[in-house]
Design a protein around this ligand. Structure first.
Ligand code: FAD
Ligand code: NAI
Length: 476
């Protein structure tokens, strides 16, 4: 007899593991199947985010920022360091430890919440009476389990350049980019999106000469233009070389060198050599080997599983969440969908508000935003007011010695409802939470302007930007 569950979740990334925990909390007998293995062949729960995404990249960003601060900024505080050097193996193994703590933490959470975990690849076997049969295959065994509800949370994988497939030795995806064993002298990245800027920053701080080749003519097109312009200026000043509007041609991969031919924005043929090439041109939904054909589930033209607003697929009781469906490829978006689907299965009426999903780029300074950009408001014709406040005028930022950037508010010109908040500056990733709460409660900029913020704190820049909407800043 195969084991029967109320809910089987395929994929143990932030979407899947959170969906499984919430499902179990709601009294459903729940299983989660995840295929990711660590170097010893054991389970490594947490998906892309924990293993080769959010967590390891933030560990490297932190370590490399410490190195940058010690090398270039401690002296401003009167701290002199002689003989500063980089121990890359320790830096990388610290990152691996952080990943492992998170992997183990999720296994603990599964035990605590009574989620049955299967380490292996899950695939649809067939439709059965009252649900679906899912095959779980690992190197050691194969078994079939059944459930009424299936949640697909199989995530995404890096998109390769057709002319330069990943070998993770010279041509690297996000995976290889997180474990380069010696700092490359020359590093080229294709794509100046989120991964390009975060990983480009890590390796530049550690000593690489970094060039980023971007296909689009504008920098960070999805970001508020004023913020993107400021970011571009700051990144160039830091030493990142960013070429916009390029067309990448042939890529020749030698034993130790990669040569990239491209046409620049003026249409001129160019060539650049690199010790390593990172390709960060977006990600594609991961549905390989899921056996969708066995139950008649199709993918759309982007390879994503088609779902409605509630994450329901075209099959009854089959749901899909996270990177494998439409919408931003973000861990917290996957988590919110996971919770919502688990609650819907349990008969509750959950809702995910896509207008208040925050974005963060963890460069230095950090870039974070929620809601609409100024260019979006202009093109939609909606009347708006804006207010900005620079960190240069914030006491805490001065004390920290970190005064780059600004907070920008966009509010409806009649009702004053906050429509978007955009931050470039210190701790933007944390500051944005206040804006998310405000927008979730449909607050006005006046509401934020009238709330008492601790002094001295970076959050006072948020309050002052809200005051700036009404042209009444107090400290600028
Ligand atoms: P994934 O995390 O991709 O998890 C899917 C899981 O399913 C994997 O473990 C996979 O092995 C497993 N799986 C796939 N097929 C099967 C199968 N057939 N059977 C069993 N298991 C299967 N987002 C943020 O919000 N913040 C960040 O700072 C951030 N940084 C990132 C940095 C990098 C370098 C990258 C690449 C991504 C980053 N992201 C970040 C994006 C984030 O990682 C994803 O949005 C998130 O992981 C998506 O979660 P998910 O659960 O949908 O899928
Ligand atoms: P991305 O979509 O952020 O950026 C890809 C960039 O590559 C774009 O600027 C695009 O114009 C460019 N591009 C595409 N094809 C190209 C080509 N052939 N030649 C030159 N340029 C080309 O994708 P990225 O950076 O790969 O990251 C994937 C996703 O992972 C992100 O969109 C995001 O959802 C997630 N992520 C989130 C992070 C965060 O939240 N801090 C960090 C890293 C990744």
């Amino acid at each position: 007899m195969s084991q029967h569950f109320d809910v089987i979740v395929i994929g143990g990334g932030p979407g899947g593991y959170i969906a499984a925990i919430r499902s179990s909390q709601l009294g459903q007998k729940t299983a989660c199947i995840d295929a990711w293995s660590n170097d010893q062949g054991g389970p490594a729960l947490g998906g892309t985010c924990t293993n080769v995404g959010c967590i390891p990249s933030k560990a490297l960003l932190q370590s490399s920022e410490h190195f940058e601060q010690a090398g270039h900024h401690f002296a401003e505080h009167g701290i002199q360091i002689k003989g500063l050097s980089l121990d890359l193996p320790t830096l990388l193994s610290r990152k691996d430890q952080v990943v492992k703590q998170n992997n183990d933490g999720i296994q603990y959470l599964f035990k605590k919440n009574k989620v049955t975990f299967f380490h292996g690849k899950g695939s649809f076997d067939s439709k059965v009476e009252g649900g679906y049969a899912i095959k779980v295959s690992s190197e050691k065994s194969q078994e079939v389990i059944t459930a009424k509800h299936i949640i697909i949370a199989t995530g995404s994988k890096a998109r390769a350049l057709p002319q330069a497939p990943f070998d993770e030795e010279n041509v690297l995806s996000n995976d290889g980019a997180l474990k380069i064993k010696a700092v490359p002298k020359k590093l080229v990245l294709i794509g100046s999106g989120v991964i390009g800027l975060e990983m480009g920053s890590v390796w530049r701080r550690l000593g690489s000469e970094v060039t980023i080749l971007e296909g689009l003519p504008q920098f960070l097109g999805a970001v508020d233009e004023q913020i993107a312009k400021e970011a571009h200026k700051l990144f160039l000043k830091q030493g990142l070389k960013i070429e916009l509007g390029v067309k990448v041609g042939d890529v020749k991969v030698g034993a130790k060198k990669v040569s990239i031919n491209y046409t620049n924005a003026k249409g001129e043929a160019q060539s650049i050599d690199a010790d390593k090439l990172i390709v960060s041109i977006g990600r594609i939904p991961q549905t390989d080997g899921l056996g969708l054909e066995h139950v008649g589930l199709a993918v759309d033209e982007r390879g994503a599983i088609a779902v409605n607003d509630d994450c329901a697929t075209t099959l009854p009781n089959v749901w899909a969440i996270g990177d494998v469906v439409r919408g931003p490829m973000l861990a917290h978006k996957a988590e919110e969908e996971g919770v919502a689907v688990a609650e819907r299965i349990a008969g509750q009426h959950a809702h995910v508000n896509f207008n208040t999903v925050p974005w963060v780029i963890y460069t230095h300074p950090e870039i974070a935003w929620v809601g609409q950009t100024e260019q979006q408001l202009k093109s939609s014709g909606r009347g708006y007011k804006s207010g900005t406040f620079p960190f240069l005028a914030n006491g805490r930022a001065r004390a920290l010695g970190d005064t780059t950037g600004m907070v920008k508010f966009l509010a409806d010109d009649k009702t004053d409802e906050i429509l978007g908040v955009h931050i470039i500056g210190p701790s933007a990733s944390e500051l944005i939470a206040e804006a998310v709460v405000a927008m979730e409660f449909r607050a006005s900029s006046e509401d934020i302007a009238r709330i008492c913020h601790a002094h001295p704190s970076l959050s006072e820049a948020t309050k002052e930007a809200a005051l700036a909407v009404d042209k009444r800043t107090l400290n600028f």
